[in-house]
Design a protein around this ligand. Structure first.
Ligand code: DWN
Length: 422
C-alpha cells in the first residue's frame, strides 16, 4: 500500500486498441505487477523520495497477433536522461559493424550519401557508417548521451522521432539513403507516425534497416524480463508486414541475430524498387512462428505458466543458498535485470550488491529494491560465492571476461532460458 501507483495522466497513457491494427481484442496473458521504470536508477539522495510504480501487463492482439503493452509511460520520463549505452559490449559493437557492412553491400556508401540513425544513443552504430565515408546524423531524445555522441564526432538532433522531426530533419539535412533503427522501434508508441516519418525522410530508392528483439526467441527462451515499460511492442512478422504494407515498404532481407536474447534484422525498400521478392524466407519464418503458436493465445498462457515455474525454481534456489550462508551478487545492472529482480522479489537481503561495467550506473541504486551498483572489479576484492548474471544475454562474454572470478572459486548463476549454475 506504500507503493504510489502513478496514474497521473501526464505520466501514463493507456491505449485500449492494438497499436498496429487498432483492434480492441487485446488478451492479457502476463502481469509482472507494477514496478518503477527499469532504467530508473537512483542517486543516494533520491532513495527517500516517492518512486512512481507503473503497471506492467502484456497483451496479445487476437486480430493481428502483435504482443504489446497498453500502458504507455511518457517517453520523456524514460528517455530524456538515459543510462543505457551499447558500447559496453563487444558483441553489440560487432553486430553494428556487420550492419554497416550489410548496408554498404546493398548501397555503395560515399560522401554524398546520408545515413540517419533513429535512437542513435552514443553514436556507436554511426561510427561504423562513417568508416565507409557516408555522411551521418543521429536522432535521439537523450540529451546526456547525445553529448557523448558529439564527443565521438557524431552530430545528433536531440529529439524523439516522429513525422514532425522527420520533416524538420529532411528540410535541414536532406533525405537519407539509409535510415537505421536498432532497439528503438519497440520503444515507439505510434508506429504509424514512425513509418510516416521514415517515408518522409528516406530517399525514393533508400533502405530502412530495423533490428529488434524477436518474439519467437522471447517465447521459446522464456525471456519474460525483456517485457518492460520501454518495450511497447514485441514483434513477429505477420503484424509487422501488416504495418509496413500500409506505407509501401517490403522486406528485402531478414536475418535472425543472437544479440539481446535473439533479435531479427529486417531490411526494407519501397515496393517495386527492389528486385525479386524475398517471400521464401518470409514464408519460412512465418511458418516457424505459427509452429510455435505465436498467433494463438494459448501459447502465451503456456509461456506465462513457464515463467511462474521458473520464478518458483529460482526463488527456491536462492533461498536455499542464503540458508547455507552463501554470498550472492547480481552481475549486469540491466533494465531486464531490474524486471527479474522485481518479479522474483530479490532484494538486498539476497543480493549484497550488483556489479556493472557502465560508469553511469556505478554508485547508483537499482529502482524499486535499491541495491547499490559497483564496478565489476568488486567481485575480485569481495569474493562473493555466486554472481547471478542479470545480463544473461551477455553470459558467455561475461564468463569469458571473468575467468579471474572463476579462478578464486566464484560460480555463476544464469537464469534464462532456464536456471543453470556454472
Ligand atoms: O532495448 C534496450 C536494450 C538494447 O538495452 C533498451 N531498452 C535498454 C537496454 O536493455 P538492458 O539494460 O537490459 O541492456 P543490456 O545491454 O542487456 O544491459 C547489459 C548490462 O550489463 C549493461 O548495464 C552493461 C552490463 N555489462 C557488464 O557489466 N559487463 C555488460 C557486459 C557485456 C559486461 O561485460
Amino acid at each position: 500500500n506504500s507503493i504510489p501507483l502513478s496514474m497521473k495522466s501526464s505520466n501514463v497513457k493507456v491505449v485500449r486498441s492494438c497499436r498496429i491494427c487498432h483492434s480492441r481484442k487485446l488478451y492479457r496473458f502476463l502481469d509482472l505487477t507494477p514496478m518503477p521504470i527499469p532504467n530508473g536508477f537512483l542517486k543516494k539522495e533520491d532513495l527517500k523520495k516517492k518512486e512512481p510504480y507503473y503497471e506492467l501487463s502484456c497483451y496479445f492482439c487476437e486480430n493481428c497477433g502483435l504482443v504489446q503493452l497498453t500502458n504507455v509511460v511518457n517517453p520523456s520520463i524514460m528517455f530524456s536522461n538515459y543510462v543505457y549505452i551499447p558500447s559496453t559490449s563487444k558483441i553489440m559493437m560487432n553486430n553494428f559493424s556487420n550492419l554497416a557492412y550489410c548496408a554498404n553491400n546493398l548501397i555503395k556508401l560515399d560522401g554524398k550519401k546520408l545515413v540517419i540513425d533513429i535512437g542513435s544513443n552514443d553514436g556507436s552504430l554511426l561510427k561504423f557508417f562513417k568508416i565507409y565515408g557516408a555522411k551521418v546524423l543521429g536522432i535521439d531524445p537523450a540529451k546526456n548521451i547525445a553529448k557523448l555522441a558529439e564527443m565521438n564526432g557524431i552530430l545528433t538532433e536531440v529529439k524523439l522521432f516522429n513525422l514532425t522531426t522527420a520533416k524538420t530533419v529532411a528540410k535541414k539535412y536532406g533525405k537519407a539513403t539509409v535510415i537505421t533503427a536498432t532497439n528503438v522501434v519497440a520503444h515507439i508508441d505510434d508506429l504509424h507516425q514512425l513509418f510516416k516519418g521514415v517515408d518522409k525522410l528516406l530517399s525514393s530508392d533508400g533502405i530502412f534497416i530495423t533490428e529488434f528483439p524477436y518474439l519467437l526467441d522471447l517465447v521459446q527462451k522464456n525471456e519474460f524480463d525483456t517485457i518492460y515499460h520501454e518495450h511497447l511492442s514485441y514483434f513477429s512478422l505477420k503484424p509487422w508486414l501488416h504495418l509496413i504494407n500500409q506505407y509501401g515498404f517490403e522486406i528485402i532481407e531478414a536475418q535472425r541475430l543472437f544479440i539481446q536474447g535473439g533479435s531479427i534484422r529486417l531490411i526494407h525498400k519501397r515496393k517495386n524498387k527492389s528486385k525479386g521478392s524475398y517471400q521464401k524466407t518470409i514464408n519460412y519464418l512465418i511458418k516457424l512462428e505459427e509452429s510455435h503458436g505465436l498467433y494463438d493465445k494459448s501459447a502465451f498462457d503456456k509461456f506465462s505458466d513457464r515463467v511462474s515455474n521458473l520464478r518458483t525454481e529460482i526463488i527456491t534456489t536462492l533461498k536455499k543458498l542464503k540458508k547455507e550462508k552463501k554470498k550472492i551478487v547480481g552481475y549486469g545492472a540491466a533494465a531486464k535485470g531490474n524486471v527479474l529482480m522485481h518479479y522474483f522479489n530479490i532484494n538486498s537481503k539476497i543480493f549484497d550488491y550488483v556489479v556493472d561495467s557502465t560508469s553511469y550506473k556505478q554508485g547508483l541504486y537499482t529502482p524499486g529494491n535499491h541495491i547499490l551498483v559497483h564496478p565489476e572489479q568488486k567481485l575480485l576484492t569481495d569474493h562473493p560465492d555466486y554472481a547471478f548474471i542479470l545480463a544473461w544475454n551477455f553470459a558467455d562474454e561475461i564468463i569469458e571476461k571473468r575467468r579471474d572470478f572463476k579462478k578464486i572459486g566464484g560460480k555463476f548463476i544464469i537464469p534464462i532460458p532456464k536456471l543453470k549454475i556454472v
